[in-house]
Ligand binder design. Structure first.
Ligand code: WQD
Length: 293
């Protein structure tokens, strides 16, 4: 967004599973590196539509990597996910053996990591970085860009903000009988701006081979802790009801964040208080835009 970056960046609206269209873009620019974000990401939807997820997430990765090889682009940063760890013991560490994931979305991320790792082995000039996102939430402090999922939000924070704004009646808390301090699910929430900075660091510290890094804070926060922080910070109530667990959910998921700090010289700067403030600022700014439209 020029009002944030101060630059106008070329934008192409293209289906990145279409290799010829991707190549056409590569032919028009000298590209130093690629950050491949594109992919479907809703866990529940992936269970209902696995073929759509496997086709899109794998074919887009293969098409973009093929274009990189054809145009001699060495640096490739991939948007992976903590889901690839499966039901490992926390904190999740990059050296762990990955366990089966609990959904097709997670499987596509694990498969893409393997595809990219094998491709890096076969092409020694390639520098592949696999960024394992924990739970990105929040918004840019300007309130100009943030998270606005289509339809009913799958993820916790957009659901909280829509309950707080009155768009939804109450939050369903998926289970309070987990083996966690307050019984609700524990996650490693990372500010989306910290996540973005992690990509810049990954590009700066790119090196031959394929290397995985956790992008997380290293701290776990429960559902109720996040709700209570959001209420306190924004002085607003978020009504909720405890309901049954959501199938496929883990009790706990948080990062060992040391490797990214040691090798990418990157660590998170923002805490859940800032994430709650920024998420709410975006929601209220967006509401005022929606009302004025
Ligand atoms: C967080 C916690 C829920 C909604 C998924 C993907 C992951 C990443 C982030 C892409 C859990 C609870 C949620 C609600 C709730 N995706 N919850 N009520 O499932 O940890 O991770 O999204 O990068 O790869 O797996 O995130 O926000 O859906 O859930 O109680 O209405 O909130 O049970 O404990 P999740 P989430």
């Amino acid at each position: 967004m020029p009002s944030i970056t101060g630059e106008v960046i070329p934008f192409y609206e293209v289906d990145v599973t279409n290799e010829s269209k991707v190549n056409a873009i590569f032919s028009q620019h000298t590209i130093e590196g690629v950050i491949h974000f594109a992919g479907y990401k809703a866990v529940g939807e992936s269970v209902e539509k696995p073929l759509m997820y496997y086709a899109n997430n794998l074919m887009s990765t293969i098409a973009v990597m093929n274009a990189c090889l054809k145009h001699n682009v060495k640096k490739f940063v991939f948007s992976s996910s903590a889901t690839v760890y499966g039901d490992n013991a926390v904190p999740f560490k990059e050296t762990m053996t990955l366990l089966p994931t609990t959904n097709p979305y997670g499987e596509t991320k694990a498969m893409c990591e393997r595809i990219l790792t094998d491709t890096a082995k076969a092409n020694p000039q390639l520098e592949v970085t696999l960024l394992r996102y924990f739970n990105p939430i929040g918004a840019h402090k300007s309130g100009l860009i943030g998270e606005r999922p289509n339809g009913i939000p799958n993820n916790l924070m957009p659901y909280i903000t829509q309950v707080a704004s009155g768009e939804r009646e109450y939050l369903q808390v998926f289970g309070n009988d987990y083996d966690t301090p307050d019984g609700t699910g524990v996650r490693d929430y990372i500010h989306v701006v910290d996540l973005a900075e992690g990509h810049v660091a990954a590009m700066k510290h790119s090196k031959p081979g394929a290397h995985a890094y956790n992008l997380g804070t290293g701290k776990g926060t429960s559902v109720l802790e996040l709700v209570q922080t959001f209420e306190r910070v924004n002085n607003i109530k978020v009504p909720y009801k405890i309901v049954d667990r959501r199938p496929g959910d883990l009790a706990e998921c948080y990062a060992d964040a040391k490797k990214a700090y040691e090798q990418l010289n990157w660590k998170t700067k923002y805490d859940v208080v800032q994430m709650c403030e920024d998420a709410w600022r975006y929601e209220t700014a967006k509401q005022s835009v929606l009302i004025s439209e």
